[in-house]
Design a protein around this ligand. Structure first.
Ligand code: GLN
Length: 532
């Protein structure tokens, strides 16, 4: 069976929410019983976003198979509850890399290698490759960037070719644009949408459905006008009005019958409705919290909320589960010092120290762990956050004053966090960390086991440094125990202080595993500890 291919392009402006529209449509199709996957094509030259600063591109999301990917894949997983993989995110860099490798191998011997057909063929191959992985009914492919960008051109051309090759019944194009509101004249404007569709048409692509992002309701007349000028059916102009939470978008798209229109256009059965029962239940809890909790997120990329997007979303999932609104306040770790840390942190019911790299702001993170430990305030350390808690414990409880991670101090006499042997010879930065899902065995009778309710889990990693097992005995004797171990390598994956109200540090990233319908047990338990 060949899947149906749906492409989602964007026009007028970036950040209109193509990822959320793609994920919402996928959700609606999934709720009708279809097998759906979503792919993101990113038009930049980096082979993957792993080497990008979070300020540039937001969080780097890690898949089970260890791919460092675009943060939209996080939305796909959170909405669908099914794992994505390397094949779900392809960048221009990766496309060129494989074409150039083929050229060097001699695969194109005698031929001039060109954008068309070689790059476009490789793009098409990557799109179809995902479709051949499983028996998908639909592959939704989100094209990053905005129509009109030079970088996007080969992708749009690949879409044009696929539509031509596979036909209208198998390929559908959704174009997302913005309808701005002009305050002075009190009008919603459709011209940018018309121009953006013209731009697509210049590239030979006629969109089938237009999704219009707007702050105000679009009336029938406006929809008709857009349909007429942009050459689409009148039921194919869909409004996407601003909402309070991204989790409302599937409901909104259902009201707008986006799924029905898509199925109709692809010649499929569109009777019945998508059952969004469990989703609605989550939404109700999210929007009607009975309690409230303030949690400090200590990190160094706090200016850009997208840098910690999976953690934020995990708090929403876990908060709803606890009927609690989690108010996450960002604190810049560089702003925390010896003289202000108590005053800064004392208003919070819980503290999370975020993942990160490099030594900027590291002492602030260590102080945050110290504050939480000494004052019995719930503490959750994620990756670098766990490492900071370990360093703090070594310094202030074990008396190893100069203890550190060798990432920050190569000369420390007590490298409680250190590079694994097999990382020592690594010189390339891209894709060389401990990446992806690894098993972890939880120690029975710990806080962690209580939270998980199981003793065997798999969690995703993205780091180079590890707890140094040479020190484990000393830590355990003093009350910080290893609550989770990698069964194959004996690496410590979880540290906890069992006598504390809630003090858990994890070497992995639980936030990548939290979904709307399956919030992460550690987040649920952490939030609960902040309200009890
Ligand atoms: N910088 C640390 C390491 O590489 C932690 C990484 C992280 O927080 N993801 O081990």
């Amino acid at each position: 069976m060949i899947p149906k291919y749906i492409f989602v392009t964007g026009g007028v402006a970036s950040s209109l929410g193509k990822g959320i529209i793609s994920a919402s449509l996928a959700k609606l199709l999934q709720a009708r019983g279809y097998l759906v996957t979503i792919q993101k094509l990113d038009p930049y030259i980096n082979v993957d976003p792993g080497t990008l600063n979070p300020y540039e591109h937001g969080e780097c999301y890690v898949t089970e198979d260890g791919a460092e990917t675009d943060l939209d894949l996080g939305h796909y997983e959170r909405f669908l509850g099914t794992p994505t993989s390397q094949a779900n995110n392809v960048t221009t860099g990766r496309i060129y890399q494989s074409v150039i490798n083929k050229e060097r191998r001699g695969d194109y011997l005698g031929k001039t290698v060109q954008v068309i057909p070689h790059i476009t063929d490789e793009i098409k191959r990557r799109i179809k490759l995902l479709g051949s992985r499983k028996k998908y009914d639909f592959v939704i492919t989100e094209i990053g960037g905005t129509v009109g960008d030079i970088e996007s051109l080969p992708y749009i051309e690949a879409v044009r070719q696929l539509k031509w090759e596979m036909g209208d019944q198998n390929v559908l194009i959704i174009h997302l644009t913005l309808v701005p509101y002009l305050k002075s004249s009190g009008e919603l404007k459709t011209k940018p949408t018309q121009h953006s569709v013209k731009m697509l048409l210049e590239n030979g692509v006629q969109p089938n459905i237009l999704v219009l992002r707007t702050s105000y309701e679009l009336n029938e007349e406006l929809r008709k006008k857009v349909a007429l000028f942009c050459n689409v059916d009148s039921d194919s102009v869909v409004q996407s009005i601003d909402v309070g939470t991204i989790y409302e978008v599937p409901i909104m798209m259902q009201k707008e019958k986006l799924d029905v229109t898509v199925l109709k256009k692809l010649g499929m059965d569109y009777s019945g409705t998508a059952d969004l029962g469990p989703w609605n239940k989550f939404l109700k809890r999210l929007q009607n919290p009975k309690r409230h909790s303030r949690i400090a997120l200590v990190g160094k990329y706090v200016e850009l909320p997208d840098a910690y997007i999976s953690i934020n979303e995990s708090f929403k999932h876990a908060g709803a589960m606890n009927n609690c609104r989690v108010d996450v306040q960002y604190i810049h770790s560089e702003d925390i010092n010896e003289s202000n840390y108590i005053a800064l942190l004392k208003e919070y019911a819980g503290i999370l120290v975020a993942p990160g790299f490099g030594d900027r702001g590291i002492e602030g993170k260590i102080l945050a762990a110290k504050y939480a430990r000494e004052n019995n305030v719930p503490f959750f350390g994620i990756c670098l956050g766990m490492q900071c808690a370990v360093v703090e414990f070594a310094r202030n409880v074990l008396g190893l004053e100069k203890a550190h991670s060798t990432e920050m101090s190569l000369k420390t006499p007590d490298p409680v966090i250190d590079l694994m042997e097999n990382q020592k010879g690594v010189t390339e930065k891209g894709g060389t960390m401990r990446l992806g899902a690894y098993p972890c065995i939880i120690k029975a009778g710990t806080r962690t086991s209580e939270a998980y309710g199981t003793l065997e889990v798999t969690e995703r990693h993205r780091h180079r440094y590890e707890f140094n097992n040479k020190y484990l005995n000393d830590f355990e004797k003093a009350g910080m125990i290893s609550a989770g171990i990698n069964p194959e390598t004996s690496l410590v994956e979880i540290m906890e202080i069992s006598s504390h109200k809630w003090f858990i540090g994890v070497q992995f990233h639980p936030e990548y595993n939290s979904t709307v319908l399956r919030p992460h047990p550690l987040f649920i338990s952490f939030v609960r500890s902040t309200i009890s």
